[in-house]
Design a protein around this ligand. Structure first.
Ligand SMILES: [Zn+2]
Length: 120
């Protein structure tokens, strides 16, 4: 896989994550408006508590989208300095199939599995 291909995959993902972030921000500001109209007492107001749930979900999605953008930016930096596609742990090349699926991956499969195991 050439670095032009990788760049395209990363830019596609970036565009998609940026668009998702815009949609989530719009959703959050919609909830903010609805909340200020609704009763402040979430406990006894079914609409208020639904808004709280939607708010936490949208906040979580926003955090995910922001993290994804940051990871994709870091991947672009690695392409620029020529370290992209090498495992950050053992230095082995990361298979291109994995990079197509997870263009922001920093670890090869065995290292990713090891790190997942050590985390749990
Ligand atoms: Zn590795």
């Amino acid at each position: 896989m050439s670095s032009a291909d990788v760049t395209r995959v990363i830019d596609d993902r970036r565009r998609e994550a940026a668009a998702r972030l815009v949609a989530i921000e719009a959703q959050l500001s919609g909830i903010r408006v609805a909340r200020s109209d609704a009763n402040d007492d979430d406990e006894h107001d079914p609409e208020g508590s639904t808004l709280s749930t939607e708010w936490s979900r949208a906040e979580g999605q926003r955090a995910d989208a922001e993290r994804e953008l940051a990871e994709l930016d870091a991947a672009r930096d690695r392409i620029a300095d020529g370290t992209y596609g090498a495992c950050a742990s053992c230095g082995a090349p990361i298979p291109s199939g994995r990079l197509l699926l997870l263009p922001a991956a920093t670890l090869c499969v065995p290292c990713a599995e090891r790190s997942a195991l050590s985390r749990s």
